[in-house]
Write a protein that binds this ligand. Structure first.
Ligand code: DC
Length: 245
């Protein structure tokens, strides 16, 4: 679908819009971002997939995940590209399609670890700013509204109680996962702590983000609520199109 198809009639060029979706794991960011991108005719960019791809490279190279210098050297010789798709992004690590290798538990944990280092974050932020430079994007992550696009047209901070997020993750794992729900909740909690407490751009809502807590909502209800927020923001001429600076 071209960016303009399905764009809201707001009196400005919908292609320039930047929608930032931030929040912890399992809050429904991916589902909501995917829906908003389809509905408003925008590209959906999953920044977590970039940290995951880099973590995969570090694991393959057997680099210690707390060796900041070695990670920085590795980053200097790494290329990561996201190609937006209908369901998920295609992730290219040094031109290898690693989309199918980055969602397992080992890479998930490693992504959270490598993302604490400022040089790694600075590199990723630069790449993400280039990806979204022309607008027409929904970008989801942890620091999109605070660091990557502080002037985004719409910022939503999604949250939900840790138990609810953990159970959602567990249910997404299929019919008989080799892990107990309690373990999923525990791992998610550990990752949350790291993402929220790192010194460089910790996960937190931007002061002008709209908070959406989906603890007592179904994902469908959360999607509808997010759509209503975006509709409302984009139909206000004051906020429209200021994402690009
Ligand atoms: O969104 P995700 O679960 O795929 O992200 C994986 C990890 O990457 C997450 O634990 C923290 C890191 N991350 C980040 O630090 N900043 C982002 N914008 C996106 C992800």
């Amino acid at each position: 679908m071209s960016p303009e198809e399905g764009a809201p009639q707001t009196g400005f060029d919908g292609r320039n819009v930047i929608i930032a979706i931030d929040g912890p794991a399992g809050a429904g960011k991916s589902t909501i971002a995917r829906h908003l991108a389809r509905h408003f005719g925008l590209l959906n960019l999953e920044t977590g997939a970039m940290y995951r791809a880099f973590a995969l490279k570090a694991l393959r190279a057997e680099i210690s995940l707390d060796d900041a210098a070695a990670l920085q050297t590795l980053a200097a010789e790494t290329s990561i590209r996201l190609e937006p798709g209908d369901e998920e992004n295609r992730v290219l690590l040094d031109e290898e399609d690693v989309t199918g290798f980055i969602r397992n538990r080992t890479v998930t944990d490693a992504a959270s670890k490598v993302s604490v280092f400022p040089p790694i974050r600075a590199w990723m932020v630069r790449l993400q700013q280039q990806l979204g430079a022309d607008g027409g994007v929904v970008m989801e992550g942890r620091d999109i509204g605070t660091v990557v696009f502080p002037h985004a047209d719409v910022k939503i901070f999604l949250d939900a109680a840790p138990e609810v997020r953990g159970l959602r993750r567990f249910e997404q794992m299929g019919p008989s996962p080799a892990i107990q729900p309690e373990e999923v909740i525990r791992e998610l909690h550990a990752r949350d702590e790291r993402d929220r407490n790192r010194a460089d751009s910790p996960l937190r809502p931007s002061s002008d983000a709209i908070l959406l807590n989906s603890t007592d909502m179904t994902l469908d209800e959360a999607v509808a609520a997010a759509e209503a927020i975006v509709d409302e923001r984009l139909s206000s001429p004051r906020t429209a199109g200021k994402g690009i600076r």
